[in-house]
Design a protein around this ligand. Structure first.
Ligand code: GLC
Length: 744
């Protein structure tokens, strides 16, 4: 039986330098809506023609941004029938949180602290993508984000490396199934390697300067976990990391990724990132850029036009690009194509594609994911869940409440608005016939100060309805609230205010939303606040004055239905925050896993003008149940450095209904060869408990949970020391115990 390697080696021996460069070139293929103004500077007419001739000539190995099955088959035929060796095209796309069925945004899925739900959601996304002919997704985005001004915080799993690693593994498994090339699965491409979330000032694309300790202990672990889970691809970051543009960093893509972690897949650059090595002031010209990127281990270049890798033949000719490096890159790309079965079956069944996209089971998976992602931030007086039986009228207020586009969040292109359930629709459907549900927007939309990158892909810009009159609308909303039994106000950011190229200098609710909320609360009608967001927003006023606050994030296609399920108590919220929620942007960056300093007792008073504690702590989330923790024990109070302790705790639901709790374990090393964070998440488990039910949860703490990269010795270290352990429902858990680690 011909092995993958022999099949690939046979091909490589026949390939010209231009054909090799072609396999290392991926083009955007845009069919923009008529009249769309490209956000990037390219000729929207000429670009597709250029790509099609590149396919025929065998100098384009991969495409992205094509999602129509018939179009994919057509373009595939141009390559397979056109190019000399009949090498098929690898189709990649940003299937970040669903293709047709849109899941909650990734930060929301991380807030579920539920790897099984995340894996199931991404397996649905993979099934839909593979069915239309997409072989590879540029996801999961696993960048640690500790500055919420950075819009791409929405695409990841927040601030913590332990949670981030668990979410990364769940997503890779969801996308790839058991192994690369499994049916109904696609290649997972963790991104952006590495450190992208550390952008200076939270300004997307700007430089990142991180210490080795931050890289090895915080920013690398989710990538390492994704690689160990078998991810078939990794994407480069855009920016300079410590002065070296990521795509030119041999340290990142050869020494760390391949030599240290044993990554066997292929690397793709982010958009135009090899070309931009010249812009960075790193490469002298495109030949130099191509040579330095391929020598660094960047296998494939993603480009709009004029790729640097088109100059690889010259770079090989002049000897600045290594023939061995180029062949190794071509081998990795061809192996991926063989593993995905593209040579045997390059085309897809277009009827089957339609059938898979229409599968109602996908919508149910999305609804459950949205239910399990929501985080209950406040519930004074038990206003939630709403008493469906006792209500006659519900006022739903806010411009996001009836938006079917915003509820999907960013990074969606193929959504189906007919299947999308807005918050108003979800509440109306759940409240039932006898309850009057009215909606008023109350305030106008808010425009960004510059257009979103994504405007060119169709409707991404919020608009007020025809004839919207601010003052009349505001008053109408307040009057509606005054006359209702309960008010549900939806606040947040419009979806084009978060994501890529969507950094913000403030965390305020955009526009007049807070003013509207204050006026509605002023009517005296009980208010439930729903937050539609991807970053923490300034909720200091609501946290004091609004009795119930539920963060629903951008919950996706079934978001309105899930929101109603939660509001009426069909399910209890069980999500927990994946980041520290600051009071104000002035506190940023703010993380729970900070070190003690010489004045830990004053940690809450570092600013004279504002409390320096978070508004809501990392790992925080309330429930309709009530949970008590007891009997926290460590089986082995003393172990040696290679040993493992089993921490066990008994958690009881003392509430009157079934609910979920995320049991979290935090660790602190009291002394050793470095100052270690006051607490670090080192274990968690989401459990469902019936009313009155108790469960003993056991969480292991072994060498992997205690090792860390030490800046003094510049290597990994496991100290002997005394370790404090806290277990509870968020990062401020008080129930504690400890164990000791002695030298072997
Ligand atoms: C974008 C993003 C990257 C995405 C790629 C293709 O600029 O940085 O995350 O996968 O280009 O859309």
């Amino acid at each position: 039986m011909e092995t993958i390697q022999s099949q690939v080696d046979e091909l490589i021996t026949q390939m010209t330098p231009a054909e090799k460069a072609g396999q290392l070139t991926q083009y955007f293929y845009f069919r923009l809506p008529a009249g769309a103004e490209p956000a990037l500077d390219f000729d929207a007419e000429e670009q597709p023609r250029m790509v099609e001739s590149a396919l025929r000539e065998g100098v384009a190995g991969s495409l992205l941004f094509v999602t129509d099955p018939a179009e994919i088959n057509r373009l595939q035929r141009l390559a397979v029938d056109g190019n000399r060796l009949g090498i098929p095209v690898l189709f990649g796309f940003d299937v970040i949180h669903g293709l047709r069925t849109i899941l909650p945004v990734p930060i929301a899925m991380a807030a579920s602290w539920d790897p099984q739900t995340i894996e199931r959601g991404q397996s649905v996304a993979a099934r839909e993508a593979r069915a239309v002919g997409i072989h590879w997704t540029f996801a999961p985005m696993v960048d640690i984000a500790r500055d919420p001004r950075w819009g791409r915080i929405i695409e990841g799993a927040g601030e913590d490396p332990y949670l981030g690693a668990a979410v990364a593994v769940a997503q890779v498994r969801g996308f790839q199934g058991g192994e690369l090339g499994a049916p109904e699965s696609i290649i997972a491409g963790p991104k952006h390697f590495a450190g992208y979330g550390g952008a200076l000032g939270g300004r997307d694309y700007d430089e990142v300067n991180l210490s080795d300790s931050e890289l090895w202990n915080v920013y690398f672990p989710p990538f390492k976990a994704a690689v160990e889970a078998g991810a078939g691809n990794v994407m480069t970051a855009y920016m300079d990391l410590n002065g070296i543009p990521a795509a030119g960093s041999r340290w990142l893509f050869t020494e760390v990724l391949r030599d240290t972690w044993g990554f066997k897949g292929f690397v793709v650059s982010d958009a135009n990132v090899v070309r931009s090595l010249v812009t960075h002031g790193f490469a002298a010209d495109l030949i130099d850029a191509a040579a330095r990127a391929v020598n660094a281990g960047v296998d494939m270049e993603m480009a709009v036009a004029d790729p640097a890798y088109a100059h690889l033949p010259e770079a090989l000719e002049s000897g600045v690009a290594s023939e061995q490096a180029v062949d190794a890159s071509v081998r990795r790309v061809l192996e991926a194509k063989v593993r995905m079965g593209l040579f045997e079956a390059p085309y897809i069944d277009e009827d089957l594609a339609r059938e898979v996209l229409a599968d109602p089971a996908h919508r149910e998976v999305a609804r459950v994911a949205a239910q399990r992602s929501a985080v209950l931030l406040r519930n004074e007086g038990g206003l939630l869940p709403l008493d469906g039986g006792g209500l006659r009228s519900i006022a739903v207020i806010g411009p996001l409440a009836d938006s079917k586009r915003d509820i999907l969040g960013p990074w969606v292109f193929d959504y189906d608005l007919d299947e999308t359930v807005s918050v108003v629709e979800g509440i109306r459907a759940r409240a039932g016939e006898g309850v009057r549900v009215d909606h008023a927007r109350g305030v106008p939309v808010v425009q960004r100060v510059f257009p979103s990158l994504f405007n060119m892909f169709g409707w991404n810009k919020p608009e007020d309805p025809e004839g919207f009159e601010q003052e009349a609308e505001f008053q109408q909303a307040v009057d509606l609230a005054r006359g209702a039994d309960v008010v549900v106000v939806v606040v947040g950011e419009w979806q084009n205010m978060i994501g890529e190229a969507a950094s913000r200098s403030s965390l305020e609710l955009p526009g007049r939303q807070r003013e509207l909320l204050q006026a509605v609360v002023g009517t005296g009608t009980p208010v439930v606040l729903l937050v539609m967001n991807g970053r923490p927003l300034d909720l200091r006023w609501p946290a004091e004055h609004v009795p119930a606050i539920l963060d629903i994030w951008y919950p996706g296609t079934q978001g309105g239905a899930a929101a109603a399920d939660l509001l009426f108590g069909d399910v209890s919220p069980g999500g927990k925050l994946p980041f520290t929620w600051p009071r104000t942007v002035g506190q940023v960056p703010m993380v729970y896993a900070h070190t003690r300093s010489h004045e830990p007792e004053n940690q809450e008073r570092r600013y004279w003008d504002e409390d320096s504690t978070p508004l809501f702590p990392f790992g925080y989330g309330l429930s309709y149940g009530r949970f008590e923790y007891a009997n926290l024990t460590v089986e082995q109070p003393v172990i040696t450095t290679g040993g493992t302790v089993t921490v066990s705790v008994e958690v009881t639901n003392t509430g009157d209904r079934e609910a979920d709790e995320v049991v979290q374990l935090y660790l602190h090393q009291r002394f050793g060869s470095a100052s270690r964070p006051v607490r670090e998440l080192k274990g968690f488990r989401r459990v469902t408990l019936a009313a009155g039910e108790s469960r003993v949860v056991e969480l292991p703490v072994g060498p992997n949970e205690r090792r860390y990269w030490n800046a003094a010795v510049r290597d990994w270290v496991i100290d002997s020391s005394i370790f404090d352990v806290w277990v509870g429902g968020d990062s401020t858990a008080q129930l504690s115990t400890r164990f000791e680690v002695t030298k072997e």
